[in-house]
Write a protein that binds this ligand. Structure first.
Ligand code: GDP
Length: 485
């Protein structure tokens, strides 16, 4: 998402940067370019107009001062960054917990928006933070919604209150009410109620949502929006806001390739913040929504914070600590450590998604080739590689130098692979080991970023060239400067 917007904005700024001192006409020019980039990305006209008006007034007000700075274009970039953060809602909004538990969260939205999947994602997220959520199956309309919630609940170890079979049978208001009583009895501190949607906003949907809301007085009503739908999603959200009301928005399917207009318009149009974002079908493809990180990605600065958090989160704390100590003490990185990293990589999910968080990877000259190579990266390779390492003895994992021909063929047989696969793994592993050494010693200009020693090395990754960073000068933009340092 946002790829085309990101590319256009970066293009506009690269021509502004070539200008040096800025005149009012230059501001008008970049404002026009940004305006058309936002409109092309399907951002609401009212939001675009407001954005451009603010951009012009804020920039022209300080034009003289801007021109005193070493890089006036970067000062404009910073203004655009802060405007983007503002239209995305300012700061991250957290759940308001009830003073007296349970905290009741009601999920609403159109059918297919991703409510039921989101119920599971949210429950897992809250459970991982030490809460004891209960899921309540009040979507009794959509075929299989109840079963789907039961399956997801089981997979994450969260109980599901589902007294009715659904598929058109049962009273959703009664289920929601009884679910709340059940949660109070069983001392669950959070209740997440999944409700039915329709294919479009209609009177029946509104009435049912209102009845459930009035029956359980939720602490948070979340409106779930499929970000792929574009302007239509914004219009229906507005109608739902007027008819029923909600406290915050959840954007789903941000992993899709839609233009991103809904995400950029919805907060301004409805006056409600985006609280969470879902970026895939797995229960872990979910996080709080951070307007500043999203703005940073749109402007091509990447999202290093999320990347570092996900990398850290994928390792259990014991493995992460062990790897950090090992790394710091200068011990060799072994195939056992590599195995732990493969496990973590499987947990972290798609490589394309992870690398999209690096600066310059969402668009720009290198991104196309990079993406192509990543698409060729077969995640199934991880499993194959894992089986090879698992067929090795502890000695072989610790010291791959002992791997002579007969050992290699035994391993190939044991893992159901070819000897050439074993050879290739060992060869790539020793390259990775060298890279780890260089990072530790800082040789070859490489240094492991702080807090990212748990970052997996990727012996079976295709070779990719890093983006060219031609400019050595310090950036005038604090966000970018922080990334540079
Ligand atoms: P509901 O009708 O609102 O309950 O929608 P579901 O939870 O059943 O989701 C509809 C479809 O969207 C399912 O196939 C989900 O797997 C898929 N889905 C939900 N969230 C995401 C997401 O963030 N990314 C992607 N790619 N698919 C999603």
């Amino acid at each position: 998402m946002f790829e085309s917007l990101s590319a256009k904005l970066q293009g506009a700024f690269s021509s502004l940067r070539s200008k040096g001192r800025l005149k009012s006409g230059d501001i008008d020019e970049i404002a026009t370019e940004i305006r058309s980039a936002l409109l092309d990305s399907d951002v609401s006209l009212s939001v675009v107009e407001l954005f451009i008006e603010q951009l012009k007034s804020r920039t022209n007000e300080v034009l003289e001062d801007l021109n005193k700075s070493t890089n006036p274009a970067n000062a404009v970039f910073e203004i655009v960054n802060s405007l983007l953060i503002e239209i995305l809602g300012g700061s991250a909004r957290r759940i308001r917990f009830a003073k007296k538990p349970p905290t009741v969260i009601l999920l609403t939205g159109l059918q297919g928006a991703g409510k039921t999947s989101l119920a599971g994602k949210l429950a897992k997220y809250l459970k991982d933070q030490g809460n004891t959520p209960l899921l309540v199956a009040s979507d009794l309309q959509r075929p299989n919604a109840v079963t789907q919630l039961q399956v997801v609940g089981e997979s994450i170890g969260v109980p599901v209150f589902a007294p009715e079979p659904g598929n058109g049978v049962g009273d959703p208001v009664k289920v929601a009410k009884n679910g709340l009583t059940f949660a109070q009895d069983k001392l669950h501190n959070i209740v997440i109620v999944d409700t039915a949607g329709r294919l479009g906003i209609d009177a029946e949907l509104m009435t049912q949502a209102k009845r459930i809301r009035d029956a359980i007085s939720p602490d948070e009503v979340l409106y779930v929006v499929d970000a792929m739908v574009g302007q239509d999603a914004v219009r229906t959200a507005q109608a739902f806001q007027e008819g029923v009301g909600f406290d915050a928005i959840v954007l789903t399917k941000l992993d899709g390739d839609a233009r991103g207009g809904a995400a950029l318009s919805i907060t301004q149009v409805t006056g409600k913040p985006i609280m969470f974002a879902a970026t895939g079908e797995k229960v872990t493809d979910f996080d709080l929504f951070y307007p500043d990180r999203m703005a940073s990605r749109i402007l091509g600065l990447g999202d290093i914070q999320t990347l570092a958090e996900q990398t850290k989160g994928a390792f259990d704390s014991e493995t992460a600590a062990k790897l950090e100590t090992k790394f710091a003490s200068g011990e060799d990185f072994t195939l056992d450590d590599f195995l732990a990293q493969l496990e973590a990589m499987k947990k972290m999910g798609s490589m394309t998604k992870l690398l999209g968080m690096l600066p310059g990877m969402n668009s720009g000259a290198n991104s196309g080739a990079m993406k192509k190579q990543l698409e060729q990266f077969d995640e199934g390779e991880l499993v194959k590689t894992q089986s090879i390492v698992q067929s090795m003895t502890p000695l072989e994992r610790h010291d791959p130098k002992v791997l002579n021909g007969s050992r290699r063929s035994r391993i190939a047989n044991g893992s159901g692979r070819q000897v050439s696969d074993v050879n290739s793994l060992v060869e790539r592993f020793s390259q990775a080991q060298k890279v780890m050494k260089q990072m530790r010693t800082g040789k070859g200009g490489m240094q492991m970023p702080r807090g990212m020693t748990g970052m997996p090395t990727m012996p079976n990754m295709p070779k990719v060239s890093a983006p060219q960073n031609k400019k050595k000068s310090r950036s005038g933009n604090p966000a970018k400067r922080a990334l540079e340092s």
